[in-house]
Design a protein around this ligand. Sequence first.
Ligand SMILES: *Cc1c(COP(=O)(O)O)cnc(C)c1O
Length: 349
Amino acid sequence: MIDLQKLIRPNIREFISFDYTPKEKQERGTTHIMLDANENPYNKPYNRYPSENQTTLKEELAKLKGVKSKEIFLNNGSTEAIDMCYRIFCQPKIDNVVSIDPTCELYKRYAILNEVEYRPVRLNEDFQLKASELLKACDKQTKLIWLCSPNTPSGNILDVEEVEKVLNEFTGIVVIDEAYADFSHSRNFRERVSEFPNMIVLNTFSKAWANAAIRLGAVYAQEAIINIFNAVKAPYNISQLTQVQGLEALKHRYDIEDWNKILLLERKRMINAFSTLACCKKVYPSNANFFLAQMKDAQKVYNYLCEKSIKVKNCSNLSLCNNCLRITIGSKAENAEILGILRYYKPTI
Ligand SMILES: *Cc1c(COP(=O)(O)O)cnc(C)c1O
């Protein structure tokens, strides 16, 4: 069992016990005359602060995902949730976190910004983790373990049994970033929130939900953890515009399913086509909306594509990714264009 009270940073623990606002903040509702928050009476409907608890959006999301509203915390994109995990659990200069390597670069970025030691543990050649190696890197100041599945830039799903081992044996918090889970049909950890009291799952509207512009993400965890996020969040943290568009996205979930079907077909087509390119050595299988390709000379291909006004991600600086490019699956037309251009690529020596 985990001791949540002991895992939280002392200042946050104190703040929560002394904070004058209750954990589940009151909705203001629409009373006849609202003169309590120094809002402007003009410019309806944008003059009022938005729903503090995003009740409607959370209820719709809860129905769709098969969890309780109280097991959801909404944020301005997973990027913010990553920062919040550090702020809630890690004492600067004292605590540390353990992470798989390579993975999403945001975990390291926010470790640095929060002055928390970051301990990357190298994955094996197939980008798989060994629970024992992650656990070996932990000590009593390790508060978080970062996992990402499907992982980026590799695109693979992490071995479920190894992840379960980490969840069962680590006495701190395990964060599983499932930003790309909706592109795969495998069982995800979000559906298993009730099993693991020390698990935080991150989802985002930016990828499979095709709403990166609105900056909306969701944390799924047991109520005790969600309460802490609610207590420390900025007041009115999700804008009215975002809440409205978030609901709209949920209404259009069948469009999104259709788009995802096309993207998965395109992924198959792109991976097959890339493996036949002269400039490409190896393509890794993917469970996400991108794939990793090892090139003969990634920098040259990258520069060539830049000249043609096509942007991909050069991952050569990441562990196990020497000469690798990460290519997002675009529209059919975009995919056809990059393939056409790469077929004409001639390496200059
Ligand atoms: C895109 C991405 C994020 C950031 O998501 P936002 O909700 O847009 O902030 C976080 N983690 C991973 C693994 C991602 O791919």
